[in-house]
Design a protein. Structure first.
Length: 486
């Protein structure tokens, strides 16, 4: 086993072992009843870690904004329980992502290493005849310099009795395909495009150069001193038919550097070794070249490091976006409270004007909201706050204090104004309460109207770009036929 693979293996085993040990210690921790069964083990581990890390590093799990948002969303629950459950949920998701990422990185690492076919002493392991052709990258360390090659390792070939057919039409267009970037087959200075398949033709092509020292079977043109004519043979196969064809090619001297020449020479040696070992199980790469020892090393595409980085990045994003999602819930809560405020004030005016006490009117509105909420199935923050206030009143909290708590929990100016108005009426007495409630109702209706206008203007702005695009499409549909008829 490769040293890097061993490291990844032991890291994965260490992480998995750590999770198992942590779960054993945390197995007695309690979990919420509505928690996902997949994340239950991670939640228990999170609570176990929180209870031991929190006292030592309290600042790491302290955010005034997070605590404020939590208490606004769940005013009736204990603060410490809320914080513990919130950070437990967040940490459990992070622990799950880390474990999944570690196993994914390990799998990618093993998958990348399994593609290696180059063994020790420069021996390339060929696959069974059922296997596909493998593309590999190898590096030749010749002492003074290193060169990288891309090779195709073909499986052990078996003889076939059936051949495949050629089409005359394909032979007519084939010269245009194989000439590549050259002007014609009579002036070849760049590599030919010798492939096994061309475009949509279902024909398999095998190439054979008559002068392998000048032109390789892959189409590579080697350096020559003078123009030279070479016969290039093509064996065309399709189904059970086959046909041979020959092309007379004129090679011209290319301009190559010394480094390119050395590369071409070593590549030709590799190709010759490949062709000579097609009937053998192993392909022995050259061990020496120009008096220098060659050390071969396969270049394997290994993306496991990328997955390590992605795993850590995902954990960081989850940790911070968890808080953002909580804050977004607060913003949605505020919008819902804004929408329900005019209805609450109008009902207060209606019930107080009908002779009900403030407490009776408040409880009646809360009951109506609760019935409506159960009928529609939609949660209403205003209903939850009013029911919580009714619970405080039943528990013995003074009426004035309950109304003040109601305004503070919402955190919105209009609700604070309303709670102050109700509390002052109880403390000092206010004969103009009904009149002031009517003024507040008119003000709430006006603010709601302004908010609706603002939302309408924002919608118009968002629709501007699609409308312009539709106008451009309509103009194009009109103008293009008109100009085409001129």
């Amino acid at each position: 086993m490769d040293l890097e693979v061993k490291k990844v293996y032991w890291i994965t085993m260490a992480v998995a072992g750590g999770y198992v040990v942590l779960f054993v210690f945390a197995r007695r921790e309690d979990t919420p009843p509505d928690f996902s069964i997949i994340l239950v083990p991670f939640y228990k581990m999170s609570l176990f870690l929180l209870k031991r890390i929190w006292p030592k590093f309290p600042g790491f799990f302290a955010s005034s904004q997070v605590e404020k948002d939590l208490f606004q969303l769940h005013p009736s629950e204990a603060k410490e329980c809320l914080k513990t459950e919130y950070y437990g949920r967040k940490m459990s998701l992070c622990l799950a992502v880390i474990l999944f990422g570690v196993f994914l990185c390990c799998a990618v690492k093993f998958s990348a290493q399994s593609e290696g076919v180059l063994g020790q002493d420069g021996i390339v392991k060929r696959g069974d005849f059922r296997d596909d052709i493998k593309d590999i990258r190898i590096v030749a360390d010749c002492g003074k310099q290193k060169m990288e090659f891309r090779l195709q390792v073909e499986p052990v070939q078996l003889t076939e009795s059936e051949a495949k057919a050629l089409f005359d039409e394909f032979l007519e267009v084939l010269p245009n395909y194989i000439k590549g970037e050259n002007e014609s087959l009579q002036a070849i200075s760049k590599d030919l495009k010798l492939e096994n398949e061309y475009d949509s033709y279902p024909i398999w092509v095998e190439w054979d150069s008559g002068e392998k020292g000048l032109l390789s079977d892959s189409g590579h043109v080697f350096s020559i001193a003078a123009p030279k004519q070479v016969w290039l043979k093509a064996h065309l196969t399709y189904g059970k038919y086959n046909q041979d064809a020959e092309f007379l090619i004129t090679l011209l001297p290319p301009v190559v550097s010394e480094e390119e020449r050395l590369y071409q020479e070593l590549e030709q040696i590799l190709l010759n070794a490949h062709d000579n070992s097609l009937d053998e199980k192993d392909w022995k790469l050259p061990a020496e070249w120009k008096g220098e020892r060659i050390y071969w090393q396969q270049v394997i595409e290994d993306n496991s490091l990328l997955f390590w980085v992605m795993t850590l990045g995902t954990v960081v994003l989850i940790y911070f976006f968890f808080d953002k999602d909580l804050h977004d819930q607060i913003e949605r809560r505020k919008k819902s409270l804004h929408r329900d405020y005019p209805e609450i004030v109008h009902k207060l005016v209606l019930f107080v004007g009908a002779g009900m006490t403030i407490r009776g009117a408040f409880q009646k509105i809360a009951s109506d909201f609760d019935t409506k909420q159960k009928g529609t199935g939609k949660q209403s923050p205003a209903c939850a706050e009013m029911l919580y206030t009714c619970g405080e009143l039943c528990a013995g909290v003074s009426e004035g204090a309950a109304y003040e708590h109601f305004g503070k929990r919402t955190g919105l100016q209009e609700y604070i104004r309303l709670s102050t108005l109700l509390a002052q009426n109880l403390k000092r007495g206010n004969s103009t309460l009904l009149e002031r409630l009517r003024e507040e109702a008119d003000k709430a209706a006006e603010e709601q109207l302004q908010q609706s206008r603002k939302l309408g203007e924002e919608a118009e702005t968002k629709l501007l770009a699609p409308m312009v695009l539709m106008l451009a499409i309509v103009m194009a549909l009109i103008m293009i036929p008109a100009f085409s008829n001129l």
